[in-house]
Write a protein that binds this ligand. Structure first.
Ligand SMILES: Cc1ncc(COP(=O)(O)O)c(C=O)c1O
Length: 457
């Protein structure tokens, strides 16, 4: 007879023999046994067999409500019928034409309809590629080299943006980046307009880039007042303002964070939701900036001053078909209204559980994005007054974070473990939110039994 599992980890492992076997097969084959840093964890990751709507199922037969939602890309949920139909029809007509198609035009038109300031659209494939292109365009337009990024903000993994992503901020998030490249990135702390103004005095800056709603989706929120001040400051100094809306685009509202906060950037980086869950992305923004990519018919200018950009998969018909199908739905803003309401419900519900169970913690966020935090209240984190305790917000829950994630998995809920962020999707219902709240309640009880909550203050 198998002994009753004692700890949350043992329970997790005992119930997933097939995932364990797959992980053993993957180890030594792929770095860390996986394709993405964020998907590996101890004791081993679970392997998913299929997904549908708000849910996914692992190879051992467990069902999860999926609050990771395709790393945030699946604003409509898994396998939305309109997206599936569009992809299925398109795949029979070809996936890559090595040529233009009408689909890419429709896709660009929809983006322009939704996103404030999207006078031009350039398709790319990933968020990383898009923030790199935005920076290149800004440098070409201004003739300046340096960029300002914010501590704790993530813009992908190319060289210009690996600085100050995670604590300790003085160590870039990746090895292998030349120091001279790192020196071109100036780091500011979030929400301090005077600090940005001083850095603009001290450096020749081409662009300021940020995640408009919060660093790493919902770790250190951005004060909307700061966002407005930053817009004014950068306009006054003729510095390009780049919004990284890879997560927030089409999620906070049809027009993303720009519509939600009423602030328009010069350049906006879109990925994830823009392509309906397929690998597709876009740089959008001011015509005069994006036209630096255009051929102008002047051979000398086109060869020496044009911003070069091309990608094998940029704007290809299969991805465009998914993007068009998704944006035709997302453009109305109805899905966002639904998931934003569910966002309020889940934050209220999870906070009520913390209060009832007398667990020291809070759940915060914007719209359909929530972040769980055990060990400090909203007041202690300064979330209500914008006197943010950034160090604590960045540190997160410490050792209890992975335990909470395993307990939630054991209770049928997945989310982004690294930041304890959840992203809701349009397939979710009020009943699903109740189930997630219930899973949180049961997980906290389990954490208490495990003694894990004694370590949080
Ligand atoms: C805000 C933000 N920017 C950029 C990226 C990078 O996008 P990608 O993974 O498509 O390269 C991500 C990925 O999660 C992100 O969250």
């Amino acid at each position: 007879m198998t002994p009753t599992p004692q700890t949350i980890e043992q329970e997790y492992a005992a119930k997933r023999p097939k995932s364990r076997a797959l992980y053993e097969r993957a180890t030594g084959l792929m770095p860390s046994g996986a394709a993405h840093d964020g998907r590996v964890f101890s004791p081993f990751p679970f392997y998913v067999d299929r997904a549908d709507g708000a849910r996914k199922w692992d190879v051992d037969g467990h069902e999860y409500l999926d609050c990771w939602s395709g790393h945030g890309a699946l604003v409509l949920g898994h396998n939305h019928p309109a997206v599936v139909r569009a992809i299925t029809e398109q795949v029979k007509r070809g996936t890559h034409y090595s040529a233009c198609s009408e689909l890419e035009i429709r896709w660009a038109e929809l983006i322009r309809e939704c996103v404030p300031g999207a006078e031009r659209v350039r398709f790319t494939m990933t968020g990383t590629e898009t923030t790199a292109l935005a920076i290149r365009v800004a440098r070409a337009a201004t003739g300046r080299t340096k960029i300002i990024k914010f501590q704790g903000h993530f813009h992908g993994i190319h060289d210009a943006v690996v600085a100050a992503v995670r604590d300790p901020f003085e160590i870039p998030v990746s090895a292998g980046v030349p120091p001279e490249v790192l020196r071109a990135t100036v780091v500011a702390r979030p929400n301090r307009i005077d600090e940005v103004a001083k850095l603009l005095d001290e450096h020749e800056v081409a662009a300021v880039i940020l995640e408009p709603a919060a660093g790493r989706s919902m770790v250190v929120p951005t004060n909307p007042t700061f966002l407005r001040e930053l817009r004014e400051l950068t306009s006054r100094r003729n510095v390009i303002l780049i919004f990284d809306e890879v997560v927030t685009g089409f999620r906070l509202a049809a027009g993303g964070a720009q519509e939600y906060f009423g602030v328009t950037a010069d350049l906006t980086c879109l990925a994830k939701a823009v392509a309906g869950g397929l690998p597709g992305a876009a740089l959008v923004g001011r015509a005069d900036l994006l036209d630096s990519i255009s051929f102008k018919g002047d051979a000398k200018r086109d060869r020496t001053q044009r911003v070069a950009d091309q990608g094998t998969y940029s704007g290809t018909p299969l991805v465009a078909a998914a993007g068009v199908a998704a944006l035709e739905i997302l453009k109305t803003g109805e899905v966002q209204k639904h998931i934003n309401r569910l966002g309020d419900r889940i934050r209220d519900g999870l906070n009520a559980v913390l209060a009832t169970r007398q667990v020291h913690g809070c759940v915060y966020g914007h719209a359909s994005v929530f972040r769980m935090f055990l060990g400090a209240t909203k007041q202690e984190l300064g979330l209500d007054t914008w006197q943010l305790d950034e160090a604590r917000l960045e540190r997160g829950m410490g050792a209890v974070g992975p335990k909470l994630h395993l307990a939630m998995l054991n209770n049928g809920v997945d989310y982004n473990r690294g930041t304890a962020n959840g992203w809701l999707n349009g397939a979710m219902t009020d009943a699903d939110i109740d189930r997630i709240v219930d899973a949180f309640d049961r997980s906290l009880t389990r954490l208490k039994e495990d003694g894990a909550l004694e370590r949080i203050a």
